[in-house]
Design a protein around this ligand. Structure first.
Ligand SMILES: *Cc1c(COP(=O)(O)O)cnc(C)c1O
Length: 387
């Protein structure tokens, strides 16, 4: 942590950072967490993989998010350190016995499984008091940018067989699914809840918990999705219709939708050429997800001069290269930047609070652990911060 600053301008004026800096805005994380806790008809977990910074975890805890979706011993350790009383769900459906044992030793009680083999492994290591959360694959075409049911999730027959086997083993299973990340259509959640409840009905298995996953969108420049409240309204309708009558409590485990707005990335212009800028961060660093999401995750950004003031004036499209020597290290779209942008300027990319710092590699020895807290909101695409 390099410090806390009233604004990005103040950080630049004071430090002129040489390395990329991940800017956290805990007040934005807190505000979104309050909206989730107040609006979601059930318990809100946080998917730790998208941002495990202790300040993020602690801010969420302070706003009533007590439970965390983790996928590795390292994530379990990070949650235990930052939030000692955090409740953890080990929602990776493929674990080694040693990983399961590690989780049990750290007080984890809930484990995703998506087949009988993983269920039996869990029962053998953790015993029948562990709660298997059986993961259902969601059919394609739910309006999400990323499909999260290609790798994990049981098809209906395996889902039912795994639930029945859990009951045979004397376990009390729950259910989980994920509609896909950056889901633009609230109806996807209705479909998931209805499908899971119909399969439970057919299987004759009763469960108490249904975790409907993450997938809530962040509002990128090109995102055409209704507001979060619309997602909560559809989910509550589906809950009343299918889940509540069976005595099922809903959980959700958003990552992106909770914390994307809580962080931005401050990259420095190393070199300006007439048609391009070479930045000190790129697709192998904090901007990894831009490579995968392309225009669908189009980030708001703005250019600041070396004294922290906003760059303005006529703009032109500039190619943006990252710092490594790899020819692929280039943003998938040109940046529309003020023509006067020059060496030593900064570009701040917003909506990097999710899948930013966590995804960064250390290719070519280029890695930055620098984090700063900013009290001002991101000012908007190419706009000046309020004084
Ligand atoms: C990544 C992931 C999430 C979070 O997804 P978002 O789209 O960021 O909300 C939740 N649950 C599981 C199991 C995941 O793998």
């Amino acid at each position: 942590m390099i410090g806390r600053f009233a604004s990005v301008a103040a950080l630049i004026a004071e430090q002129r950072p040489e390395v990329p800096v991940h800017l956290l805005r805990p007040h934005r994380v807190a505000e979104t967490a309050r909206a989730f806790v107040a609006g979601f008809p059930g318990d809100v977990l946080f998917a730790v993989k998208c941002n495990a910074h202790p300040l993020v975890l602690q801010t969420l805890r302070a706003e009533g998010v007590r439970s965390f979706d983790v996928a590795s011993p390292h994530e379990i350790r990070r949650v235990r350190e930052a939030v000692p009383d955090g409740v953890m769900f080990y929602h990776h459906p493929a674990k080694t016995p040693a990983q399961i044992q590690f989780a049990v030793d750290h007080g984890v009680g809930y484990f995703a499984v998506d087949c009988i083999a993983e269920l039996e492994k869990l029962a053998a290591v953790a015993g029948r008091r562990a709660v298997p959360m059986v993961r259902l694959a969601i059919p394609k075409g739910t309006g999400a940018v990323y499909d999260l049911s290609t790798k994990f999730g049981a098809p209906p027959d395996v889902f039912v067989a795994t639930l029945r086997r859990a009951v045979e083993l004397g376990m009390a299973p729950g259910v989980t699914f994920h509609v896909g990340s950056q889901c633009l259509d609230p109806e996807a959640f209705r479909l998931g809840i209805r499908l899971a409840c119909a399969l439970l009905e057919g299987a004759g298995v009763e469960v108490k918990l249904m975790d409907i996953g993450g997938g809530f969108p962040a509002y990128y420049r090109t995102t055409d999705a209704p507001p979060l409240a619309s997602f909560f309204a559809v989910i509550d309708e589906a809950r009343r219709q299918w889940a509540a009558p069976r005595g099922i409590r809903l959980l959700c485990e958003p990552g992106r939708g909770l914390v994307a707005e809580g962080g931005s990335l401050l990259a420095r212009v190393i070199l300006r050429k007439p048609e391009a800028v070479y930045l000190n961060d790129g697709i192998f660093g904090g901007l990894t997800e831009v490579y995968w999401g392309k225009d669908e995750l189009s980030l708001p950004y703005r250019a600041l001069a070396g004294d922290g003031s906003l760059r303005g004036g006529p703009t032109r499209a500039l190619i943006a290269y990252g710092p490594t020597c790899d020819g692929n290290d280039r943003l998938p779209y040109a940046l529309d930047l003020p023509a006067e942008v020059t060496d030593g300027d900064y570009i701040e990319f917003n909506l990097i609070g999710a899948y930013g710092r966590e995804m960064a590699a250390r290719y070519n020895g280029m890695v930055s652990e620098a984090v700063a807290v900013i009290d001002a909101d991101f000012a908007g695409h190419m706009t000046r911060e309020a004084a």
